[in-house]
Design a protein around this ligand. Structure first.
Ligand code: P6P
Length: 348
């Protein structure tokens, strides 16, 4: 088009794409739950606010004196990065002012924290990993926050704090994660599909960018830390050998970031399979059931995927302790069915 020509007429009938924030979306979802008051959306807004504050720190980690480890060791025996501590404090602060929350359980705290658990309005528990993958911070690799929301079981006394959170993943009323990556994206589900919101830093709002995410039936990536192959149970290695040699009908590429939220987010959008098998150092798996595997499994199933611990559905597992670990195998139906077939062949 030469400069003198007028710009092409726009299509006056083009419908503007609506800008839907996560708050608006939560309110719409809330209307689907009869009798639900605004308390649920108010609770979720505590998570969205906290993650905006966390991402602001993550984005500047290299500029402020927040890099590097604080030196303390957390309840997991892992050296605490300063951002871990900040992320945990921010989530505890933003959530503890929500009257509807009775109990909070964090990867960073040995025991659950009671907030308004004496209050008759307190009916939810929130479990979370404030900053998963934090060992990657110093090398500018994506990290994430994972969370799940549970209702207080009806037969549990207010002061039976652990019982508020020691529930199978099927009892989650909502779950999700935030990836602090090339952009900051919040992915959540209240049991009505999976939706992704990208943070628009210019306005500080999470805006709907991935409505009703469906995990592809099949992908082309597999994701596992192959350095531990000698420790994996034989069936896992049989599966990986078959997958790598095209015995499931196609070639695969390997992708492993070492940050579960990022490795899963790619699997959710592109399909494929992510595995953290049992190893010699972690015979019951490395990932935490309550606040890592369960939220991921909830999202995976809501998007049409499958998530197991190698033998049983993740969401059916009844946790015995808050920081309980589990193996995790999660991905597209096609890869998961191939995996389960190999596991069954080895079991028989
Ligand atoms: P490995 C990060 O520390 C984490 O908890 C998960 O985010 C990640 O998937 C896993 O550990 C990586 O563990 O043993 O492969 O370094």
């Amino acid at each position: 088009m030469t400069p003198s020509e007028p710009p092409a007429a726009t299509n006056a009938n083009a419908r503007p794409v609506p800008i839907i924030t996560v708050q608006q979306h939560i309110l719409q979802e809330q209307k689907r739950c009869p009798g639900a008051s605004g308390e649920f959306s108010w609770l979720l807004s505590g998570i969205t606010l906290a993650t905006k504050m966390i991402q602001a720190k993550v984005r500047r980690a290299g500029l402020t004196d927040i890099l590097g480890s604080l030196g303390d060791v957390n309840v997991q025996g892992e050296v605490q990065q300063k951002l871990d501590v900040y992320a945990n404090d921010v989530l505890l602060h933003c959530l503890s002012v929500r009257e509807s929350i009775g109990v909070l359980a964090s990867e960073e705290n040995e025991r659950p924290l009671t907030v308004h658990y004496e209050s008759p309005n307190a009916k939810y528990a929130v479990v979370f990993d404030p900053l998963d993958g934090s060992s990657n911070i110093d090398v500018n690799v994506s990290v994430g926050t994972t969370f799940a929301i549970l209702r207080r079981p009806v037969d549990v006394e207010l002061n039976e704090v652990s019982k508020w959170v020691l529930q199978p993943g099927t009892q989650q009323v909502a779950a999700g994660y935030v990836v602090y990556g090339s952009s900051t994206i919040l992915v959540y589900s209240v049991g009505n599909g999976v939706h992704g919101f990208t943070l628009d830093p210019s306005v500080g709002a999470y805006v709907l960018s991935h409505e009703n995410i469906r995990m592809p039936e099949r992908g082309k990536y597999y994701s596992v830390n192959e350095a531990y192959r000698d420790d994996f149970p034989t069936a896992y290695n049989t599966y990986l050998d078959k997958l790598r040699t095209g015995q499931f009908g196609q070639a695969y590429a390997s992708r492993y970031i070492g940050s579960m939220v990022s490795d899963f987010h790619r699997t959710l959008l592109k399909g494929g399979i992510f595995l953290y098998p049992p190893t010699k150092d972690n015979p019951t798996g490395k990932l935490r059931l309550l606040y890592e595997a369960n939220p991921i499994a909830f999202i995976a199933e809501q998007a049409g995927g499958i998530a197991t611990d190698g033998t049983q559905r993740i969401l059916d597992k009844s946790p015995d302790s808050i920081h309980e670990r589990t193996p995790l195998v999660v991905g597209s139906p096609s890869e998961m069915q191939d995996f389960q077939r190999v596991m069954q062949e080895h079991a028989s």
